[in-house]
Ligand binder design. Structure first.
Ligand SMILES: C[S@@+](CC[C@H](N)C(=O)[O-])C[C@H]1O[C@@H](n2cnc3c(N)ncnc32)[C@H](O)[C@@H]1O
Length: 439
């Protein structure tokens, strides 16, 4: 049976490799792992395993570099990699689309399990030096490393499908502006209370987008420093907003691929930050598959007196009176979209935090209602959540096509429902949770 990834390793490293392979298999990726597949007895089976695999991981350690079996596996994998490259190059030159489609590049990924002795490092580099490496020590859990491996290989399947959301689409930037305004209304009093204990807090903003939403939440609260982290930035916009400012810093890292730990350590060293007083995560957890791993990995960056502050959605907590098809379709439409992630993450956060090892987990607030808002805030509330003009999900983002079809009716009813909302003929209590926790 052919498997996606051939795993090359030394038996001495099994304490680590067993867990990583287990995590890969949990993500739905099949691995050719000698322990399971040939009991290490037959060279031709190993060779067959490499031939049939699409990707190759070389787990590199001092003992694997010295293992003759591992060396042979790497020679064979590098041969296959070179053959696939030559065939593709030739096909590209000759315009042979069939070969290009049927002969993918054989990808090799070295993963360093421990620091290598100088001699072993040189040895490993002879064959593996040309490839991109991952380092076990950069990842807080085997699951995060497994996700990073999938990202490197470009493996996508249902278990590791990311939400298709992007914050740098201009329309979404506009909608986020409205959302920021109402999220700040709900969050500001919570932060004011927490920050009376924390003098000039140093803030980490995880999934910061352009950073303006969080900075607005801290209005009037002096900050010691601010670091924003996101997997993507609109560079032009960031330049316009922050050029010449050294009181804020932004770093790029993908949480789902576990890139944030190394990236944060680096920026903290460069800014002289020992730990953060506030780690703020707003409307990000709904896009993350393995929330517990991400939350656990952030613990090391929080001071003992500090707070993790999460703000996120739970659509089932949203109450509307009088009910109407417009509002029930709103829920169905978003439920059916893969662009938006987990719309019921709010209620799960306390358990995620507990499983990640946090204490003092407190629900600070779980609703924002339309009647308590002034005219401009009410308009922002509507545009952030209910105005289809700002929705970016496209047809292919809908898991359920029938739900997608509801959009037309929703759009037709929009103007009338908006007017009723603005005239306080409809009451909406939006399910947005604010939860705090400490280490
Ligand atoms: C809905 S926006 C929220 C932005 C901001 N925190 C706010 O409250 O307005 C979600 C943000 O999370 C970021 N994000 C989503 N998945 C991420 C990941 N795996 N790693 C890093 N950032 C991610 C997106 O790029 C986006 O900027």
């Amino acid at each position: 049976m052919s498997r996606e990834i051939f795993i090359s390793f030394s038996n001495r490293d099994r304490a680590k490799t067993d867990k990583i392979v287990d995590a890969l298999e949990k993500l739905g990726v099949s691995c050719w792992y000698q322990i399971n597949d040939s009991k290490g007895k037959f060279a031709h089976e190993i060779s067959q395993g490499i031939k049939e695999s699409k990707y190759f991981i070389a787990f590199v350690s001092n003992s694997s570099v010295e293992s003759v079996i591992v060396q042979n596996e790497i020679y064979e994998a590098v041969d296959k990699h070179t053959d696939s490259k030559i065939a593709r190059k030739r096909a590209a030159k000759e315009g042979d689309a069939e070969v290009l489609a049927n002969v993918p590049e054989y990808k090799i990924l070295p993963v360093e399990l421990e620091p290598l002795d100088e001699e072993n490092k040189q040895e490993a580099n002879i064959f593996l030096g040309i490839f991109n490496w991952l380092f076990y020590s950069d990842y807080d859990s085997e699951m995060l490393l497994a996700m990073a491996i999938c990202k490197q290989f470009g493996i996508q399947n249902d278990a590791i499908r990311e939400s298709s959301y992007s914050a740098i689409i201009p329309l979404e930037q506009q909608r986020l502006g409205y959302q920021s305004r109402i999220l700040a209304l709900q969050m500001h009093p919570v932060l004011e209370k927490l920050c009376t204990e924390l003098e000039q807090p140093i803030v980490l903003d995880v999934g910061c987008a352009d950073g303006t939403a969080t900075l607005a939440k801290f209005e009037g609260i002096p900050l010691g420093d601010y670091v924003g982290l996101d997997r993507e930035f609109d560079d032009e916009r960031m330049k316009t907003l922050y050029e010449g400012r050294d009181d804020v810093a932004f770093v790029r890292a993908d949480l789902a691929a576990g890139e944030h730990v190394a990236v944060l350590k680096d920026i903290m060293r460069r800014r002289g930050i020992v730990a953060f007083d506030i780690i703020h995560i707003s409307f990000v957890m709904l896009h993350i598959m393995d929330c517990v791993s991400v939350l656990r990995s952030l613990k090391q960056f929080l001071t003992p007196e500090g707070y993790l502050v999460i703000q996120d959605i739970d659509d089932d907590q949203t109450l509307v009176y009088p009910e109407s098809r417009f509002f029930s379709d709103w829920k169905l439409i978003w439920d059916g979209s893969s662009e938006t992630g987990d719309r019921r993450v709010g209620r799960k956060l306390p358990i995620y935090l507990k499983n990640a090892g946090y204490r003092n987990i407190r629900l600070q607030n779980n609703s924002l209602d339309s009647f308590s808002l002034g005219e401009e805030d009410k308009k922002a509330f509507w545009d952030a959540l209910y105005n289809p003009k700002y929705w970016i999900a496209s047809e292919e983002d809908f898991v359920d096509y029938d739900t997608y079809l509801k959009l037309d009716k929703y759009r037709a009813d929009h103007q009338k429902s908006h007017e009723q909302f603005m005239n306080n003929e409809v009451f909406v209590n939006q399910g947005i949770f604010i939860i705090t926790a400490q280490v």
